[in-house]
Write a protein that binds this ligand. Structure first.
Ligand SMILES: [Zn+2]
Length: 118
């Protein structure tokens, strides 16, 4: 799984740049610097609280436990006003969570045809 060499967070495949520090993610870190609580993996990042809460609720209703981590809770200062909220799931749930999120985003898209940003 891609990992940020600075922040030590792991990300799911498809994310290639750390949303916190802008570093390019690397494939893996030397084992000694992986976070102890590394059974959690970041599957989604957003700057909107409500979006994180909504996705967390949706994942949980699908039987996937999720947790939200925002820089407001952390002790290191965020650059500027940028507040990145991370949505984490257990590693063993990561694949199904990503599948779930993709399906969920698809369904959002078809509901908001006029809001095409891609
Ligand atoms: Zn980083």
């Amino acid at each position: 799984m891609p990992v940020c060499p600075n922040c030590k967070y792991e990300y799911v495949k498809g994310i290639d740049r750390c949303p916190d520090c802008g570093s390019e993610l690397v494939d893996q870190l030397p084992p000694e610097i992986i976070l102890n609580e590394s059974d959690w993996v970041v599957i989604y990042t957003t700057s909107f609280d409500y979006e994180a809460e909504m996705l967390k609720g949706n994942l949980e209703s699908a039987g996937i436990s999720a947790t939200i981590l925002s820089q407001k809770d952390s002790s290191f200062p965020a650059p500027g006003d940028l507040s990145i909220i991370k949505l984490l799931v257990k590693k063993e749930d990561a694949e199904s969570a990503v599948t779930f999120l993709n399906e969920f985003k698809k369904s959002l898209k078809s509901e908001n045809e006029e809001d095409e940003t891609e």
